[in-house]
Design a binder for this molecule. Structure first.
Ligand SMILES: O=C1CC=C(NS(=O)(=O)c2ccc(-c3ccccc3)cc2)CC1=O
Ligand SMILES: [Ca+2]
Ligand SMILES: [Zn+2]
Length: 164
């Protein structure tokens, strides 16, 4: 439906692009949260992430609400779903959207953008949800202390089974 999906990317050097910014945070804080969330995964895989500011990136990132563009999934207003990401592939593959109706923060108030982004990028790289409640890929938002290393052994073995 959104281009064929792959179990994982068939290349290691991926590009990403921020299509817009949330007004909830300073731009530099959004850039940093996204970069840190990607680094969580690049630290345990051979993947690299390069930020581009125009053209089509593998991972297109945007803050959107409700029905948005040609995206087949919709957001639901404040709370509920915080974001969604598409598995590796062409077109929408890898793309990550955050629900702009949430209060995005760089600390423990509202929803911590770094944490939600790290979770969503797990999907962009091919991971599904984990039933290990300490895992970053656990389906429910847990306000982890963002300074702690959010990956659990379950996340690491999951991502390394794709990009080992
Ligand atoms: O595919 C889906 C569908 C629904 C989702 N629900 S969410 O957006 O409210 C969400 C839930 C948990 C997290 C999360 C889990 C563990 C650590 C950090 C964030 C992030 C987003 C998240 C998601 O990735
Ligand atoms: Ca929502
Ligand atoms: Zn979307």
């Amino acid at each position: 439906q959104y281009g064929y999906t792959l179990p994982g990317w068939n290349k290691h050097n991926l590009t990403y692009r921020l299509m817009n910014y949330t007004p909830d945070m300073a731009r530099a804080d959004v850039d940093e949260a996204i970069q840190d969330a990607l680094e969580v995964w690049s630290k345990v895989t051979p993947l690299t992430f390069t930020k581009i500011s125009k053209g089509i990136a593998d991972i297109m990132i945007a803050f959107r609400t409700r029905v948005h563009g040609r995206c087949p999934r919709y957001f639901d207003g404040p709370l509920g779903v915080l974001g969604h990401a598409f598995p590796p592939g062409l077109g929408l593959g890898g793309d990550t959207h955050f629900d702009e109706d949430e209060n995005w923060t760089k600390n423990a108030e509202g929803f911590n953008l770094f944490l939600v982004a790290a979770h969503e990028f797990g999907h962009s790289l091919g991971l599904s949800h984990s039933n290990d409640q300490t895992a970053l890929m656990f389906p429910n938002y847990i306000s982890l202390d963002p300074s702690k290393y959010p990956l659990s052994q379950d996340d690491i073995s999951g991502i390394q089974s794709i990009y080992g």
